[in-house]
Design a protein around this ligand. Structure first.
Ligand SMILES: CC(C)(COP(=O)(O)OP(=O)(O)OC[C@H]1O[C@@H](n2cnc3c(N)ncnc32)[C@H](O)[C@@H]1OP(=O)(O)O)[C@@H](O)C(=O)NCCC(=O)NCCS
Length: 182
C-alpha cells in the first residue's frame, strides 16, 4: 500500500523507522489497547519491524511535515493474521498512533484513506475493526469513519498477551461508504 492524504503518507515500514517505532511502541498507553506488550528495547522494535510490520498488509503512517512515522495501520484479510470473524472478500483494519499525535483526527484520516483503497481498489465488500471495551478513543475513530457495532467476542484469545479478553467488533459495508469518498 502507498497512499497519500492531506497530512499523511501511508507507506511500507523500513529499517530506518526503528528508532521512531521504539519511541512510540514502548508506551503502554499505545501498546495495551492494541493487545501487545510495550516494546522492551530497540532490538525488540527491530525484530517486530522485520517479523510483523514489514509485511505487505501493514503501513507506517508518516507525517508529511516531519517525514517521520507516527503510527501504523494495517489491512488484513482472511489470508493473513486477523482477529475479526472475516468472510471471503472482507478485510480488517488495525491501527495505532504515538501518544503525542492523538486528538488531531489523524487516524480517521488514515482509516478513511484505507477504506477508499479497500473498497475502491481491492473491491472488498466489508471492512471490520475491533476495540477492547473501554477503548473509547478507538471506538470513536470507528464511529467517525462509519463503522457500526457488529458483535462481541467474550473470550478472544490474544496471542501476544497469551490471554483471553473481551473484544468488540464493528464493520462498514462498501455500500455504506459514501460514494463521494471513493
Ligand atoms: C485510537 C487512536 C488511534 C485514535 O487516533 P486519533 O488520531 O487520536 O483519533 P481522533 O483524533 O479522531 O480522536 C478520537 C477520540 O480520542 C479521544 N482523544 C483524543 N485525544 C485524546 C487524548 N489526548 N487523550 C484522551 N483521549 C483523547 C477523543 O474522545 C476523540 O474523540 P472525539 O473526536 O469524539 O473527541 C489513538 O488514540 C491510539 O493510537 N490509541 C492507542 C492505540 C489504540 O487504541 N489502537 C487501536 C486499537 S483497537
Amino acid at each position: 500500500m502507498y497512499i497519500e492524504t492531506g497530512r499523511l503518507i501511508l507507506r511500507p515500514w523500513v529499517d530506518t523507522d526503528t528508532e521512531e517505532l521504539f519511541r512510540h511502541a514502548q508506551n503502554p498507553n499505545v501498546a495495551s489497547p492494541c493487545g501487545w506488550p510495550p516494546h522492551k528495547d530497540i532490538d525488540d522494535s527491530r525484530n517486530i519491524l522485520n517479523a510483523i510490520l514489514k509485511s505487505p498488509e501493514n503501513c507506517a503512517i508518516e507525517l508529511k511535515t516531519t517525514g517521520k512515522p507516527v503510527g501504523s495501520i494495517g489491512l488484513m484479510t482472511i489470508a493473513t493474521s486477523h482477529t475479526a470473524p472475516l468472510a471471503e472478500n472482507e478485510g480488517e483494519i488495525g491501527y495505532w498512533l504515538g501518544e503525542d499525535y492523538w486528538g488531531q483526527g489523524l487516524m480517521p484520516e488514515a482509516v478513511t484513506a484505507v477504506l477508499r483503497y479497500a473498497f475502491g481498489e481491492l473491491k472488498l465488500s466489508r471492512v471490520w475493526a475491533g476495540y477492547f471495551p473501554g477503548n473509547n478513543k478507538s471506538r470513536r475513530v470507528q464511529e467517525k469513519c462509519g463503522f457500526a457495532y457488529m458483535c462481541t467476542d467474550n473470550k478472544k484469545y490474544i496471542e501476544q498477551l497469551n490471554t483471553e479478553m473481551q473484544l468488540n467488533f464493528t464493520a462498514i459495508d462498501s455500500s455504506k461508504f459514501r460514494v463521494s469518498q471513493l
